[in-house]
Design a protein around this ligand. Structure first.
Ligand SMILES: [Zn+2]
Length: 87
């Protein structure tokens, strides 16, 4: 979901591990939202399936690689239907 608070913080995205909710900054360019979504998704996968064994650097590198491949295939996420925090 989109969270306006991230605009104030300047963060690209964040993940709530308790709710497994990914929050995206609505004013970031679409490509950054996609890359941030992949990054935060990897954090959830690392938590749920990998016992937190991936470092931040590994998540960063894996996310950048996945985003690169998806971009080359012209794959984009459609966030048009996701709600805004508070809606
Ligand atoms: Zn991270």
């Amino acid at each position: 979901m989109f969270n306006d608070e991230l605009m104030d913080d300047g963060d690209y995205a964040r993940v709530n591990h308790r709710t497994q909710r990914i929050e995206l900054n609505p004013i970031r360019p679409k490509s950054q939202q996609d890359e941030s979504f992949i990054h935060e998704l990897l954090h959830i996968i690392n938590c749920v399936y990998n016992n937190h064994n991936m470092s931040e650097d590994s998540i960063d590198a894996s996310g950048a690689g996945l985003f690169q491949i998806l971009s080359q295939w012209n794959v984009e996420f459609d966030f048009s239907q996701i709600p805004k925090l508070g809606d």
